[in-house]
Design a protein around this ligand. Structure first.
Ligand code: NAP
Length: 282
């Protein structure tokens, strides 16, 4: 028995994210391999998906969708309109469509289908690959709680899930979807500091990464405000306050705030640019 017993899930697009989700669901025991069907654009990818994940794979989207109870769309934003045209008359209100396509709102997904299909929009991030993902989900106007629950289970297999109003999705894109890139730069920079202070690079990188992981865990598990946790590390006249002074001098707060605001603003325009063929997601 699995949580999705008797259900077939079609992944339209089995690239980096599609693969991660299929693997997450299989590893979590949510589904058996025979419950998954995946499609890709190129024949060469069919072999890769079959060999790597051991699931049925092909290039025929319509055939895959016809077999499915749940359809997860994981293609790049540029491909969404053609894909919706392909599936327009096929999807029924008995199915559910879950889209992870960056920057494509529920209204475009719903308008692209002929029937009143339940639609869930999701925004995961790359740490899903190591089951430490953060995914926001929201429901379209024909989706019910049970559809949100199904999406919740899928994305919970690769990390944490938050149900949020769609109006927050550009901000989510700027913060948790783009955020890992910002954190990698922070980890890299902390490690450079360690190297400058005399540590071997591999040691410095491990110390920096585990420190970020530990600090994040403290925030999540204690529920304390980050400022309170920061104060706990900061002894009067100690080393940490000297470091904080340098961070503030460098404008670390305002720089990070601006990075998120800029990335969130970009998320708003991504789909138009993708339609004009001048941009990509990520
Ligand atoms: N990567 C992440 O962690 C992440 C996080 C949040 C959101 N997203 C969103 O997830 C989507 C996929 O991202 P990704 O990083 O997984 O991209 P990707 O690695 O390029 O994968 C895209 C997949 O879609 C397939 N594809 C393209 N056109 C298709 C079509 N018409 N029918 C069926 N399959 C088709 C591709 O096939 P081929 O393999 O044959 O080229 C490929 O397998 C994007 O919209 C992105 O915004 C990704």
């Amino acid at each position: 028995m699995t949580k999705f017993d008797g259900k077939t899930i079609a992944f339209i697009g089995a690239g980096k994210l599609g693969e991660t989700l299929i693997k997450g669901m299989l590893d979590a025991g949510l589904v058996g391999r025979e419950q998954i069907v995946a499609t890709v654009q190129h024949n060469s990818s069919v072999t890769r998906v079959r060999e790597k994940l051991g699931v049925e794979a092909g290039t025929d989207n319509r055939e895959a969708v016809q077999k499915a109870d749940i359809v997860v769309i994981a293609v790049k934003p540029q491909a969404i309109h053609l894909l919706l045209n392909e599936l327009r008359d096929l999807m029924t209100p008995e199915q559910v469509l879950i889209s992870v396509v960056a920057s494509v709102p529920l209204k475009i997904l719903e308008a692209g289908l002929q029937n009143q299909v339940p639609v869930i929009r999701a925004m995961p991030n790359t740490p899903s690959r190591v089951t430490a993902g953060m995914t926001a989900i929201c429901a379209g106007r024909y989706a019910e709680d049970r559809h949100l629950e199904q999406a919740d289970m899928i994305f919970s297999s690769v990390g944490r899930v938050l149900r949020l109003d769609e109006k927050h999705f550009d901000a989510v894109t700027g913060l948790s979807a783009s955020g890992p890139a910002f954190i990698y730069i922070i980890i890299e920079s902390l490690a450079e500091g360690g190297v400058k202070a005399g540590l071997p690079r591999d040691v410095a990188t491990e110390l920096a990464a585990q420190t970020c992981l530990g600090a994040a865990k403290m925030v999540m598990e204690t529920g304390e405000h980050p400022a309170v946790l920061k104060d706990l590390v900061t002894t009067p006249a100690g080393c940490t306050i000297d470091g904080i002074l340098k961070l503030e001098e460098g404008g670390v707060r305002v720089t990070l705030i601006k990075a998120i605001v800029e990335a969130a603003g970009r998320a708003r325009t991504l789909i138009e640019d993708a339609e004009n063929g001048s941009a990509c997601c990520g």
